[in-house]
Design a protein around this ligand. Structure first.
Ligand SMILES: Nc1ncnc2c1ncn2[C@@H]1O[C@H](COP(=O)(O)OP(=O)(O)OP(=O)(O)O)[C@@H](O)[C@H]1O
Ligand SMILES: [Mg+2]
Length: 252
């Protein structure tokens, strides 16, 4: 279980104080799929970075299975907002990077990486370089790279933001497949209400900066979900309304 306990983060930049997060309290159960929505600049990336152990809260704490998070660890994998593959490494070496850091030998690294490549139907591309792949393929590789150390918790920051609508829908379905098969807990930041309603067990709407949790929506619909169903439409309307007032605050 992941527990956010009064997590606050203040940045001091060029003499200005920016309150990015203010007392965020939230609990995530194992194997939950959580989507986080909120206006630009409300601290979503900051929150994921703190959970990943890449940044520290100014106040409050993050607990993962009763252990206080203060550095990155194998129990968490992160897919960044701008999917950052190493351009000089082949697909398989990108994927195997996390195992290489751990000192796993090459044969085992590759065996492991190939299993994931197969899962995503990308075996043919193991020796390709990122520039030889489409955006959707690169994004799949970035996800696999985060999965390779078998983290319990997958932190995803707008992972599909740069994809066309068609590819994005396919990626969403693939992610659900991985989530169900590998039993991950997922925290997924998105700007798309539609995407959140399709994926999440719960949607967290954050307020405009300083980011805090404004409202949580439970989505009790089975997968695969029908995007245009009446139930989905009702939830989408409620989430949009909640988000809409925050967008207005963010613009002021
Ligand atoms: N390293 C930093 N130094 C100073 N300010 C920062 C730093 N990182 C983030 N901030 C500020 O904290 C606030 C929250 O930033 P963050 O990137 O978490 O927002 P976000 O919700 O992810 O936005 P977006 O939806 O645009 O990605 C912003 O005002 C940003 O300028
Ligand atoms: Mg962000």
């Amino acid at each position: 279980m992941l527990i956010l306990n009064n997590v606050s983060r203040t940045f001091i930049s060029k003499g200005n104080t920016i309150n990015a997060l203010d007392k965020v309290n939230f609990e995530v159960k194992d194997k939950e799929f959580i989507c986080i929505l909120g206006p630009s600049g409300c601290g979503k990336t900051t929150l994921l970075r703190i959970i990943a152990g890449l940044d520290k809260p100014t106040a409050g704490e993050v607990m993962l299975d009763d252990i206080r998070v203060d550095k990155p660890g194998q129990d968490r994998g992160m897919v960044f907002q701008d999917y950052s593959l190493f351009p000089w490494r082949t697909v398989i070496d990108n994927i195997a990077f996390g195992l290489e850091v751990l000192g796993v030998d090459k044969k085992e690294r590759y065996e492991n990486a190939r299993e994931y490549l197969k899962l995503l139907d990308l075996e043919k591309f193991e020796n390709s370089f990122p520039y030889e792949l489409s955006g959707g393929m690169r994004q799949r590789i970035a996800i696999v790279r985060a999965l390779i150390n078998n983290p319990k918790l997958l932190l995803m920051d707008e992972p599909f933001g740069a994809l066309d609508a068609q590819t994005r829908n396919i990626m969403q379905a693939e992610l659900l497949r991985i989530w169900e098969k590998k039993h991950k807990t997922i925290l997924f930041v998105t700007h798309s209400v539609d995407e959140a309603v399709y994926l999440a067990d719960r949607i967290v709407v954050m307020s405009a900066r300083p980011g805090t949790i404004k409202e949580i929506f439970n989505i009790d619909l089975p997968h695969p979900r029908i995007r245009t169903s009446q139930e989905a439409n009702i939830i989408r309307d409620r989430v949009l309304k909640s988000l809409g007032t925050e967008m207005e605050h963010a613009m002021k």
